[in-house]
Ligand binder design. Structure first.
Ligand code: NDP
Length: 257
C-alpha cells in the first residue's frame, strides 16, 4: 500500500457481489486511501455493498441508487455525488447486461429489443455517465470502463455483448478526444474471463475459461486483483498520460487466442 489514491474522490459503479470486478477494484482503491462513493442498481446489490463495507471496516460510505437506463437517475446520482464530494477525480464504470437467451446460439437471432438493451446498459451508459461526470472533474480525472475481447473477435456465444463492447471501446476513443482538453483521461481495461454473475450468463462459460487457460501465454486465468491493479494505475497519478487506450489484462491471451 502506497496511498496512491490519497485525496482522490472516486465513484465506483457496478458492485453486485463479492465476485464483481468492481468489488475487487473497490477494495484496492480503499486500501490506497481513495474516498470512494458507490452507485448500485438492485436492492440485493445495495445490501451486499453494505455488508462488505462493514466487513472492511468502512463506515459512512455513500451509496447512491442508479439505473443507467434512465437519464434522470444518472443526473440525480451525480447531483447527490456533487453534494457529497464536490470534486470528482475518477469513475469506474463496471456495468453490462444482456439477455441470457442472446448469449448463446446464432448472433443473427438477436432481437431488436435485446440488441438495444445491451447497447443501452453496456455502452451508452458510459457516454451519459461521462457527460454528468465532466462538470465535477474540475481538477482533471480518469474514467475507466471494463470490456472484453469479444469486441475484437467473434467469440462463441458472446454475440450481442461483443457488439456492445465494440461500441463501448469506440466510445472510449471519442470521449478521450472530447475530455482530453479538460485533463480527463478515458480508458478501457479488456479483462480476461473471470467467473462473475454476469459472465455466467454466457453459455458454456466454463469451457471458455478452460480454453483460455490452455492457450494464454501465461497458462492461467487472470486474477481479479490484477484487473484492479490496472484500474489503480489508470486512476492514480501514475497513469496520467494514458488516454483512449484499451489495456488487455488477460495473461496475454489476445496475442495468441
Ligand atoms: P457483475 O454482474 O458483478 O457486474 C455487473 C454490474 O452491472 C452489476 O453490478 C449490475 O447490477 C450492473 N447493472 C446491470 N444493469 C444495470 C443498470 N441498468 N443500471 C446500473 N447497473 C446495472 O459482473 P462483472 O464484474 O463480471 O462485470 C463488470 C464489467 O466487467 C462488465 O462491463 C463486464 O462486461 C466486464 N467484463 C467482465 C468479464 C468477466 O469475465 N467477468 C471480462 C471482461 C469484462 P445488479 O447486479 O444490481 O443488477
Amino acid at each position: 500500500m502506497s496511498n496512491l489514491l490519497k485525496d482522490k474522490n472516486i465513484l465506483i459503479m457496478g458492485v453486485a457481489n463479492k465476485w464483481s470486478i468492481a468489488w475487487s477494484i473497490s477494495k484496492k482503491f480503499i486500501g490506497e486511501k481513495a474516498n470512494v462513493t458507490f452507485t448500485y442498481f438492485g436492492e440485493k446489490s445495495k445490501a451486499n455493498l453494505e455488508k462488505f463495507l462493514k466487513q472492511e471496516g468502512i463506515e459512512n460510505a455513500t451509496l447512491i441508487s442508479c439505473d443507467v437506463t434512465k437519464d434522470e437517475d444518472i443526473q440525480r446520482a451525480f447531483e447527490e455525488l456533487k453534494d457529497k464530494m464536490g470534486v470528482l477525480h475518477g469513475v469506474v464504470h463496471s456495468i453490462a447486461f444482456a439477455n441470457k437467451e442472446e448469449l448463446q446460439g446464432f448472433y443473427y437471432n438477436t432481437s431488436r429489443e435485446g440488441y438495444l438493451m445491451a447497447q443501452d446498459i453496456s455502452s451508452y451508459s458510459l457516454v451519459a455517465v461521462s457527460r454528468y461526470a465532466k462538470p465535477l472533474m474540475t481538477e482533471g480525472g480518469s474514467i475507466v470502463t471494463l470490456t472484453y475481447l469479444g469486441s475484437e473477435r467473434a467469440i462463441k456465444n458472446y454475440n450481442v455483448m461483443g457488439v456492445a463492447k465494440a461500441a463501448l471501446e469506440a466510445s472510449v476513443r471519442y470521449l478521450a478526444v472530447d475530455l482530453g482538453p479538460s485533463n480527463i483521461t478515458v480508458n478501457s481495461i479488456s479483462a480476461g474471463p473471470i467467473k462473475t454473475t454476469s459472465a455466467k450468463g454466457v453459455k458454456n462459460f466454463s469451457a471458455l475459461l478452460k480454453g483460455f487457460e490452455e492457450v494464454a501465454p501465461m497458462r492461467r486465468l487472470v486474477k481479479t486483483e490484477e484487473v484492479a491493479n490496472t484500474a489503480l494505475f489508470l486512476c492514480s497519478d501514475l497513469g496520467t498520460g494514458v488516454t483512449g487506450e484499451n489495456i488487455h489484462v488477460d495473461c496475454g491471451y489476445h496475442i495468441v487466442g
